[in-house]
Design a protein around this ligand. Structure first.
Ligand code: CP3
Length: 357
């Protein structure tokens, strides 16, 4: 991996404010990072990507490490997220997966019957099945001066791709399966949960200092179905990751009505999108749990003055309490001007500067 240079080698040591904020400790400035901070909005990413397949990039540890570090050269973010995809481990669990640019994940032969659930391989052996991910994590841990966030998709979100066969608006097949075949659903969610737990544990052992579980699409459920069909598996997943000294971030989109449940399954940090005001979200979660968010990513396409107004509104709602991690409410949009993100990081840092106790 000699081609990858450590970035910002002259800057002053390791930046730990992200990890402190995850634990609810006071920090000198509010930490910032962005979901999808490495991606198509960056000319350097597009250059590396060219006509390569994204899963192929994820399976190349040198390239994955290089892409992970791209945003750090451009902006002063307080964390790096491993460059990978939630479908990377799923592609090693017995299903043929590809990712179509501009569309999303596609599963060749999705789960359509109860018997199809048995095609999902387990147990999952990260060292044997995704060695390239762990290699990238080990390397990054050596060269980064910010914490490295590992991640995985949550069982519900992964199940939705396995059942729908691709992205979905209404998750009709997923919900129909969940309601009509509860025992098969239980096996599917349990197996995915166990596999993902092994996967995240391996990332932490390889050096990831925090983990984010993306339950991106779980906000399509009502609170009763969440509690019955999702919460038990999340409790098991987060419970298995407790005590590893790596904060657990739990994120989903459209989850305003599920926030207390998402906290109760064992998250150290709850990620929120922009559809709920940060202060309302934090009140629901409770101020003893950290919160991550929640600027609307589309705001970054507006003139700077509007970006600033909206970003400061998020900070005002956080009210300087310990345990806020500034982020967008979902991933960076591909049309985002890279300079806006760099300016946003500096704005948040400047406006939240305080003496850490
Ligand atoms: O945040 C980061 O910088 C790390 C990289 C990352 C990717 N995928 C790379 C990627 C992360 C954290 C993910 C997670 C992921 N993947 C999620 C959960 C987060 C979320 O957005 O809710 C989901 C649902 C997926 C599935 C997926 N993969 C989608 C919906 C897409 C977008 C399809 C498209 O082209 O619009 C992908 C592809 C993908 N994953 C890209 C990147 C950078 C775009 C790839 C490209 O075309 O170069």
């Amino acid at each position: 991996m000699a081609t990858v240079q450590p970035l910002r080698p002259s800057s002053s040591g390791f930046k730990d404010r992200f990890l402190k904020a995850c634990r609810g400790e006071p920090v000198d400035r509010t930490p910032v990072w962005f979901m999808r901070q490495a991606g198509r909005y960056q000319p350097e990413y597009r250059e590396l990507r060219k006509d390569r397949d994204i899963l192929e990039m994820c399976r190349n540890p040198e390239l994955a490490a290089e892409v992970t570090m791209l945003p750090l050269a451009r902006m002063d973010v307080d964390a790096a997220i491993l460059f990978s995809d939630i479908m990377v481990p799923v592609a090693e669990m017995g299903f043929e997966v590809r990712i179509d640019p501009g569309v999303g994940p596609r599963v060749a032969e999705p789960i359509r019957t109860e018997a199809d659930v048995d095609r999902l391989r387990h147990p999952f052996d990260p060292e044997g099945q995704v060695p390239y991910v762990l290699e990238a994590v080990r390397f990054l841990r050596k060269v980064l001066n910010v914490p490295l966030i590992g991640f995985a998709g949550a069982p519900f979100t992964l199940a939705s791709y396995l059942i729908e066969g691709g992205p979905s608006r209404d998750f009709a097949r997923t919900k129909a399966f969940m309601h009509s075949a509860p025992q098969a659903w239980d096996r599917l969610m349990w197996t995915l949960g166990q596999n993902i737990q092994s996967y995240l544990r391996a990332q932490i052992e390889a050096g990831a200092q925090a983990v984010q579980v993306f339950d991106s699409w779980v906000g399509c459920l009502d609170p009763a179905d969440y509690s019955h069909y999702v919460a038990p598996y999340m409790l098991e997943l987060f419970g298995g990751l407790a005590g590893l000294d790596a904060p657990r971030i739990h994120f989903g989109v459209c989850t305003g009505e599920l926030l207390t449940q998402m906290r109760d399954v064992g998250a150290d940090v709850v990620g929120v999108d922009w559809r709920v005001l940060l202060n309302d979200a934090w009140e629901r979660i409770g101020f003893d749990v950290a919160i991550q968010g929640n600027l609307d990513p589309a705001v970054c396409l507006a003139p700077w003055d509007d970006v600033e107004i909206k970003a400061l509104a998020v900070l005002r709602r956080a009210a300087g309490r310990p345990g806020h991690i500034f982020n967008l409410g979902h991933g960076v949009l591909p049309q985002t001007p890279p300079d806006v993100l760099a300016r946003l990081v500096d704005l948040v840092h400047e406006r939240t500067e305080r003496a850490a106790s």
